[in-house]
Design a protein around this ligand. Structure first.
Ligand SMILES: [Zn+2]
Length: 322
């Protein structure tokens, strides 16, 4: 059994997979790894965030022990927030999990697995959006496409690039960091500091919390993004402006990114992408206006795999190591 794990700041989700295709669907050319089929339920446990990495790997190992129930474990793939270095260690991360940045996750996980009697298990660690993009490319919204750029728009803006021969992690694991692309924006937004410390970055203007902040500054009313979207649907001019501006900034960044990459499919996921058709329509129209003639023909599609994307992609990558 191959295990996929999604380590988030508040919860950890784990599921087991075996090789094989559920629906006999055709493999996507060139991606090299056999298809996986989820054979367990998805187990979810709270993240022991304050206790940090050593507690996280113990919790994950315990859940895996319960899931395997005698089945032979062959590989474990872990998707997690943060930049993952070439060695699978966490190169940088927020403080959502204490001491996560610098934590040697692959070796600590392998040690924890040895503690449940599973010795010598390969552990693959990958950024959570990178993992989600691998799953979308193989069995989700990007299935059948040659190359995808994924944008995950939620509390931050992440991204990933998957070419025909697989995930492009980049020299330092940072590839696809769309949120930190600069975009032309009004001074009031450009003055905001991005979580990375920079200014003028699209994440500071177009993430979910950023759009909520903009609405608060414009209207004096604190509202969640879904509420703002509902107001926009009822014709509230300020809400429309906030949603459309956020979408427009993202669309322009995607157009710049795809001038470099020229992928055939752009997949948009994350909580913000789920607020409704107005947002995705505005992203697409901004993209098509700004993109070069060739890349402007790229398909733009919403993500399909939702909450299981990261753990599924992590399992696919772990399996590819075997
Ligand atoms: Zn930034």
């Amino acid at each position: 059994m191959i295990i996929g794990v999604d380590v988030g700041g508040t919860k950890i989700a784990v599921a087991g997979f075996v090789e094989g295709s559920a629906g006999g669907s055709a493999g996507s050319a060139g991606r090299g790894s056999a298809r996986l089929r989820m054979v367990t339920d998805v187990r979810t446990v709270p993240t022991p965030a304050d206790a940090g990495g050593p507690a996280v790997v113990r919790v994950v190992a315990d859940v895996i022990a319960g899931l395997c129930d005698g089945a032979e474990l062959t590989a474990v793939g872990i998707g997690t927030a943060g930049v993952v270095g070439a060695d699978g260690g966490i190169f940088s991360a927020t403080d959502a999990i204490a001491g996560w940045a610098g934590f040697p996750l692959p070796t600590a996980m392998a040690d924890a697995l040895a503690g449940i009697g599973a010795d010598g298990i390969r552990v693959a660690v990958v950024n959570d959006v990178h993992a989600a993009a691998v799953a979308e490319a193989q069995i989700g919204a990007g299935a059948g496409s040659d190359s995808i750029l994924m944008a995950a728009v939620g509390t931050g803006i992440g991204g990933a690039v998957v070419f025909a021969d697989g995930l492009h992690r980049g020299a330092t694991g940072t590839a696809g960091s769309l949120g930190h692309a600069e975009v032309v924006m009004p001074d009031s937004l450009a003055a905001r500091q991005c979580p990375c410390g920079g200014h003028g970055h699209v994440e500071a203007a177009a993430s979910g919390p950023a759009m909520e902040q903009t609405y608060l500054e414009k209207s004096g009313v604190r509202a969640g993004l879904r509420e703002i979207d509902a107001l926009a649907q009822r014709g509230d001019a300020m809400a429309i402006e906030v949603i459309d501006d956020g979408a427009r900034f993202l669309g322009r960044v995607l157009a710049s990114a795809n001038a470099l990459l020229d992928v055939d499919t752009i997949v948009i996921g994350g909580g913000v992408a789920e607020i409704g058709s107005r947002y995705l329509g505005a992203v697409e129209s901004s993209y098509r206006t700004s993109a070069l003639p060739g890349p402007s023909r790229a398909r733009i599609v919403p993500a399909e795999l939702a909450v299981d994307a990261t753990l599924t992609g992590a399992a696919i990558l772990a399996h590819a190591l075997s």
